[in-house]
Ligand binder design. Structure first.
Ligand SMILES: [Zn+2]
Ligand SMILES: [Zn+2]
Length: 297
């Protein structure tokens, strides 16, 4: 049953990963959408991970399941078709946005590849993420993060390179949403270790790229689920973004039905606490997506 009492700001623009298309997700796409309807979301963005086209970037779990880069490519096309079918089927109950989460690999040509997916598979928007730095995935396992630290010559250098990659990604891809801006925090041994002047300068340059490209900043609640006291991005980045006039959205980064809309009320309190009074939703219209401001109070 649709929960008509849910507030209008119960909107996620980043999430909807599902098990048929993502090795580390649970529950199928239809279940996630039904949950979003039950929890009163009026707009819900589906942003499955773009496939990796290089075999050395496959996750161990994918290899163990017998998946190849061809598998990922086929599943991604199937995801696009199923998301569009469910979007039409549920259109009277919820506005489902069919998008995807872009990757920054292969480093030399990801922009063309991601734009190609967008056009060929009919996605209406893109969430821009950096999960790979110096050839290693930075939000997956500690040992991969440690390998990235080693490859960059230290934690501070990794964090600077991460933010440099975010800024470059935003300019090359021009995604509608800038995902989990300070994801580099996830596996860092302690957050103060990457809060140095050089890292803060690089993070501010990434934020400047968000402003310049007009992206919406994802307030990503996955951080709560790993025990962090605040979502991505951290308070100082939220206040800086607010002062720069950068718009915000929520992302539940759901990888299961239990994650759908999870943490959004808490993230709303967080934004209010830091002086942000509204979010932006993307709403489908006949001629594309419209940015609609939704007050948080
Ligand atoms: Zn994922
Ligand atoms: Zn991500």
């Amino acid at each position: 049953m649709n929960n008509h009492m849910a507030p209008a700001w119960m909107v996620s623009l980043h999430g909807g990963h599902s098990r048929a298309y993502c090795d580390h997700a649970k529950d199928d796409l239809e279940t996630l959408i039904q949950t979003a309807i039950q929890r009163g979301c009026r707009v819900y963005g589906l942003t499955e991970h773009a496939p990796r086209i290089e075999a050395h970037r496959l996750y161990r779990e994918e290899i163990a399941m017998g998946w190849t880069t061809e598998t990922l490519d086929r599943l991604f096309s199937e995801y696009a078709a199923e998301a569009q079918r469910l979007s039409r089927q549920c259109a009277d109950r919820i506005a489902i946005l069919c998008g995807f989460e872009a990757e920054v690999v292969p480093e030399d040509r990801y922009a063309e590849i991601m734009q190609g997916y967008r056009q060929r598979l009919g996605f209406v928007y893109m969430v821009g993420s950096v999960h790979w730095v110096a050839g290693h995935i930075i939000d997956y396992r500690q040992e991969d993060f440690d390998a990235a630290v080693h490859a960059c010559g230290g934690l501070e250098r990794l964090a600077v390179r991460y933010y440099d990659t975010v800024a470059e990604m935003l300019r090359r891809l021009r995604p509608e949403v800038a995902a989990h801006l300070d994801l580099i925090r996830k596996c860092a041994p302690d957050e103060s270790s990457i809060n140095t002047p050089a890292v803060r300068r690089a993070a501010m340059a990434a934020l400047e790229a968000v402003r310049e490209t007009g992206a919406i900043l994802d307030v990503n609640t996955a951080a709560y689920r790993t025990g962090k006291s605040h979502p991505y991005p951290a308070p100082w980045l939220v206040r800086a973004a607010r002062d720069m006039g950068i718009p915000f959205c929520f992302g539940d980064d759901s990888h299961s039905a239990a994650h759908v809309a999870d943490g959004i009320p808490r993230a709303r309190d967080y934004l209010l606490e830091h002086g942000v009074r509204a979010i932006i939703a993307l709403v489908p219209r006949a001629d594309g997506l419209e940015k609609v401001e939704i007050p948080l109070v």
